[in-house]
Design a protein. Structure first.
Length: 209
């Protein structure tokens, strides 16, 4: 049975932190592939100036080029939004009926999971929940178990370098003419420069997205 990792995000832009945690998860969890699920209309970012989904898809394809284990998924692009993970996972289950689904999140998302849309149903549609630790993020597993019964049975942790890079930081560096080149895969950097992305963007995103 194949094991498929699911890494969802806005990816505006995808940066080396995304690549490092995806590869760490693939190796440590023995995943056959990692699906990069591009969120077209993230509900927690309504009203924020998000780049067009076509641009972000190009950036993700550039980031994962050369790694056959990384695959862009447009499951959340090909359906109406807003896009909640609880609705995405059943669609992936139907696409990969004979595979184990391993959902990948950061430690901050684990902490906030009780506030997600229908977290109990979300857990039922995954085989494992893999958490990548984030710098300075704390969570209470005992409290989480009372809020989402059964979460401990599916929980795994991925040891990856604690690289404190976010898309917010990348966009800020670009706006302010700061150094950002080595925060991105070379192909992503080339696209950002060619398309002149983020130079005039008034950000306002939630932090650390």
């Amino acid at each position: 049975m194949k094991r498929i990792g699911v890494l969802g995000g806005t990816f505006d832009p995808p940066h080396i932190g995304h690549l490092i945690i995806a590869e760490a998860a693939r190796m440590q969890l023995k995943l056959d592939c990692v699906l990069w699920v591009l969120t077209a209309n993230p509900p927690h970012k309504r009203g924020y100036p998000i780049s067009p989904v076509e641009t972000r898809a190009k950036l993700v394809n550039a980031a994962i080029s050369g790694n056959p284990a990384f695959v862009l998924s447009l499951v959340d692009v090909e359906r109406p939004g807003p896009h909640f993970a609880v609705d995405t996972l059943p669609l992936l289950r139907s696409q990969f009926p004979d595979s184990e689904i391993v959902y990948l999140i950061g430690g901050d998302s684990l902490r906030d999971l009780p506030m997600w849309r229908e977290p109990q149903r979300l857990m039922q549609n995954m085989d494992q929940l893999a958490v990548i630790r984030r710098p300075r993020v704390r969570y209470n597993l005992t409290k989480l178990e009372t809020q989402i019964p059964g979460i401990r049975d599916k929980l795994m942790f991925v040891n990856a370098p604690l690289i404190d890079i976010s898309a917010t930081l990348v966009r800020q560096r670009i706006r302010e003419n700061g150094a950002f080149r080595y925060f991105l895969h070379p192909a992503v950097y080339t696209l950002v420069m060619e398309l002149n992305l983020y130079r005039n963007l008034e950000d306002g995103y939630p932090p650390n997205e």
